[in-house]
Design a protein around this ligand. Structure first.
Ligand code: HEC
Length: 153
């Protein structure tokens, strides 16, 4: 959680645990802005997953590494786009995110960790190892968050 969607203030509030107590609700305008940005970040991450699949099919470790690094960087900002109060409008975010904030952060940290590992594994260029780590990242990084924290379409 090194960056926030607007300034360092939200990150500091989250770090201080204010979010968990519900004390840091942002304005409706800022909430809408955060919502837009998190959906854009998620779409970008989704596109990078496609990039990794392409790299895997071609056995191209450099391509896999580049996309894994992009996901790794984007993942670090995910929590900053979920300020309390951003549960309104066209969103699939579940209220559990704010009720179980530390769990939400923990599963996000897992994505940061596993995408970092994928970038490392990709340096070796071993197809089977890359595929295995890609699967692990998808399951423990993406799926593990979507299941409890994102509503079905
Ligand atoms: C810490 C939780 C978390 C992690 C980790 C996470 N997501 Fe998401 N994702 C969400 C939530 C919550 C939404 C719904 C956001 C909304 O609608 O406001 C979402 C939405 C999405 C969407 C739809 C975006 C849109 O435009 O509505 C895609 C695509 C997506 N995620 C892909 C991924 C992929 C791929 C990964 C793993 C590389 C991932 N996500 C990791 C929580 C997470």
């Amino acid at each position: 959680m090194t960056m926030s969607w607007k300034s360092g203030a939200l990150g500091a509030l989250i770090a201080a645990g204010a979010v968990a107590t519900g004390a840091a609700a942002v304005s409706a305008a800022d909430a809408a802005l955060a919502l837009k940005q998190r959906q854009a970040v998620m779409s970008s991450i989704g596109a990078h997953m496609g990039g990794i699949k392409g790299g895997l099919a071609a056995g191209n470790g450099e391509v896999v590494e580049a996309h894994a690094k992009a996901i790794n960087g984007l993942a670090t900002v995910i929590p900053s786009f979920f300020p309390p109060g951003s549960d309104k409008g066209k969103t699939r975010a579940k209220p559990e995110i704010w009720q179980k904030w530390s769990e939400f952060e923990a599963v996000n940290a897992k994505l940061v960790e596993e995408s970092g590992k994928l970038a490392e594994v990709a340096k070796g260029g071993d197809k089977a190892a890359m595929a295995a780590q890609f699967g692990k990242m998808g399951k423990e990084g993406c799926g593990a968050c979507h299941k409890p924290f994102r509503t079905e379409k």
